[in-house]
Ligand binder design. Structure first.
Ligand SMILES: NC(=O)c1ccc[n+]([C@@H]2O[C@H](COP(=O)([O-])OP(=O)(O)OC[C@H]3O[C@@H](n4cnc5c(N)ncnc54)[C@H](OP(=O)(O)O)[C@@H]3O)[C@@H](O)[C@H]2O)c1
Length: 296
């Protein structure tokens, strides 16, 4: 059953993750250049969260949007809310916690709109499951934000299938943004991705290269996966990173991987994976390398 495709936002196949933007240290002009280059590669969707960079990343990106009129209409903005960090930028927060109340979501969206210097967010996600969530209140808040034109689409992140279903029954969600890589395969095993297939929601995938550990970790699992990626990369004439992205893209839920790199070459390696369809044996070879054993 595909209940949500009509409402789905048009995200690029590969999404650019902005988590580390503050560390990259560019000025507004440098960010404009970087975004333009990403757009040329076909990456038009940019993943934010209110908390990224200690509540600074959205504003840095917003400065770039303000410096380049017209840029906003060529890209999609994704952002998240619901995590409260103990941080000087939020002096009222005493405890690292989650908040999905109407007051918090509404205030967070208004702050994101102001920081990003835009009149609309294309996709808003609840960043983490709030154990105290009132799903009716969240659904009503989402409906109000959509009616006000402040947010066009809604989803969740890091939610279990049960948590997603609780909200989806009340308000149509378009994604669950979850972790998946050959080093972190829980979403393949706990029903998360099957639920996306069932509901017609395209998942977004964070840390597709396991924060770089796929290439830097000395652990046994990473070494096995690296050897398999290298073998497949040589066979297909692409880089190991491209094979890792192709492994994610091969899933029938049609995931959108989110890159985390500042390097344009790394973005190119991700986009190249959209032209590579792995055979099932190649896919399972990577699964086997990760698990350290064959399928039963
Ligand atoms: N919803 C959530 O809870 C959540 C959680 C985490 C992240 N996210 C989103 O997902 C995005 C991506 O996450 P991520 O940054 O962890 O993704 P990632 O692509 O798995 O990791 C990126 C890191 O890996 C490094 N890297 C990339 N290619 C490499 C290579 N060939 N060799 C060694 N290191 C390499 C990058 O360094 P270089 O810059 O030097 O390439 C960067 O530090 C974030 O920006 C954020 O938007 C969401």
């Amino acid at each position: 059953m595909n209940t949500s495709s009509q409402q789905a936002p048009r995200l690029s196949p590969v999404v650019a993750g902005m988590w580390r933007l503050a560390e990259w240290g560019p000025d507004a002009a440098g960010t404009v250049r970087w975004v333009e280059q990403a757009l040329e590669l076909g990456i038009t969707s940019f993943d934010h969260a209110d908390i990224y960079g200690g509540y600074r990343v959205e504003a840095l990106f917003g400065e770039a949007l303000a410096a380049a009129p017209g840029l906003r209409n060529r890209l999609q903005l994704i952002t998240k809310c619901g995590i409260k960090l103990v941080h000087p930028a939020r002096p009222a927060t005493r405890v690292h916690s989650y908040d999905s109340s109407r007051a918090h979501i509404t205030a967070s969206v208004d702050a994101s709109l102001q920081a990003l210097r835009t009149d609309r967010i294309d996709l808003l996600l609840l960043h983490r499951p709030d154990l105290l969530m009132d799903p009716d209140e969240v659904a009503d808040t989402f409906a109000q934000l959509r009616t006000a034109g402040k947010v066009l689409h809604f989803g969740v992140s890091n939610h279990t299938p049960g948590q997603l279903a609780l909200l989806h029954r009340r308000f149509p969600l378009v994604t669950n943004q979850v972790e998946l890589s050959p080093l972190h395969m829980q979403a393949l095993a706990d029903g998360t991705l099957e639920q996306c297939v069932d509901l017609g929601l395209r998942p977004m995938i964070w840390s597709p290269l396991a924060r770089g550990e796929l290439f830097t970790s000395g652990g046994d699992q990473a070494q096995r996966v690296r050897a398999t990626l290298a073998e497949l990369a040589a066979r297909h004439g692409v880089s190991p990173a491209t094979v890792a992205y192709a492994w994610i893209l091969r899933h029938p839920s049609r995931p959108h991987p989110i890159t985390g790199s500042h390097r344009l070459h790394a973005l190119q390696e991700a986009v190249a994976a959209t032209a590579l369809t792995l055979g099932a044996e190649d896919w399972y070879a990577i699964w086997q390398a990760s698990m350290g054993h064959e399928v039963p």
